[in-house]
Design a protein. Structure first.
Length: 76
């Protein structure tokens, strides 16, 4: 699994693919009450909101483009 910080955008979780093309690992995302969000199981990547404006949180819906969100962290 790889986690990428996209410049001025979401955190992208890239999931390794199994032989049959489905993700080889299971991801569970929970809220502060430990209740699980429904995570798409057919995708090879998940985009997680960092701007706080998504109407589909914790997932990104592209709202960062409209609110001029800025985040340009780099690895050191």
């Amino acid at each position: 699994m790889k986690l990428r910080c996209r410049k001025d955008g979401p955190l992208v979780v890239e999931l390794p693919q199994g032989i049959d093309g489905t993700p080889a690992v299971a991801i569970q995302i929970t809220d502060h009450h430990h209740e699980p969000f429904t995570v798409p199981t057919h995708k090879s990547a998940l985009a997680l909101c960092r701007c706080g404006e998504s109407s589909n949180r914790p997932f990104c819906d592209g709202s960062h483009k409209l609110c001029a969100f800025q985040a340009n962290e780099t690895a050191h």
